[in-house]
Design a protein around this ligand. Structure first.
Ligand SMILES: [Ca+2]
Length: 269
């Protein structure tokens, strides 16, 4: 029996550090190369018969790699490189934002990074054509709509993660409703007219007396109650009831939320 001399085992790898899933290639640099080899990749998997195997690691960690060469009939040589492959822990992208229900009245949104791991850079797109960098950017949405906001974080060795959340910016209206007025034609506070800030798609103001009789109705923001009944007769000083219903426009398929307010209005002469 002729016993071949033991090969001098050696191997290298093209990319020893990476993010999962990390694909790399080992190179058998042994002299002489042995036809039958076994690779132990350190994650429980093995490869055989290939001198230069490709391999993908899926989990973060350090991996020791062993090359075993079977030469002659019963001879085996092996080389282990400890902690040869390093698969990094990628960051996990996440964020919150405030207010959670922005509107035309509150269009500035503060975004706050909540990512896990150790991101080193942050890249944002706000879904309206705007973009930003930095960990906690502020963004102003110029009009109501449904915006997909995407945060991309990257950590060591370029490990990246991406998350998208939807920000809904709605139309909103703010109302200021007086509780008294004096329709005595002195030019001061002669009309009961709630003031409305923001766009209005639908508006109804109704005034009732204490018996529930309708005294006045307006469907125009600009037209208020001058303290008269339906027949134009001036009413006596008393407390009356108003019911006000205001709806901002819908947008992107969203129905607007109708605001309804009821209360008392004191008529003073
Ligand atoms: Ca007055």
């Amino acid at each position: 029996m002729v016993v071949a001399p033991a090969p001098i085992l050696e191997f290298t790898v093209d990319k020893p550090v990476g993010c999962p899933p990390h694909a790399l290639q080992f190179f058998d640099e042994s002299v002489p190369k042995v036809a039958f080899v076994l690779w132990r990749f350190g994650d429980g998997t093995i490869g055989d018969t290939f001198n230069d195997p490709e391999k993908t690691y899926f989990e973060p960690g350090w991996y020791s790699v062993t090359l075993e060469a079977y030469y002659s009939d019963y001879c085996r040589a092996s080389l282990t490189k400890d902690s040869f492959i390093h698969i990094l822990v990628p960051p996990v992208a996440d964020f919150s934002f405030s207010p959670e229900d922005p509107s035309n009245l509150e269009p500035e949104v503060q975004f706050t990074d909540q990512s896990g791991g150790e991101p080193q850079t942050w890249s944002w797109t706000f879904g309206d054509g705007g973009s930003g960098i930095g960990q906690n950017p502020m963004h102003t949405f110029n009009e109501p709509g449904v915006y997909p906001v995407t945060l991309t974080v990257s950590g060591a060795a370029g490990c990246e993660d991406v998350v998208t959340q939807t920000v809904i910016v709605s139309w909103d209206v703010r109302l200021f409703i007086p509780n008294a007025f004096s329709p005595n034609e002195d030019g001061v506070n002669d009309v009961f007219r709630p003031s409305v800030i923001g766009p209005v798609d639908d508006y109804t103001l109704r005034i009732y007396d204490r018996w529930g009789n309708l005294l006045f109705e307006s469907r125009d923001v600009a037209i208020g109650w001058e303290g008269e009944a339906m027949n134009g007769k001036g009413l006596d000083p008393a407390v009356y009831t108003y019911v006000l219903s205001v709806a901002p426009p819908g947008f992107d398929g969203f129905e607007a939320t109708v605001q309804t307010h009821a209360g008392e209005i004191k008529l003073i002469r």
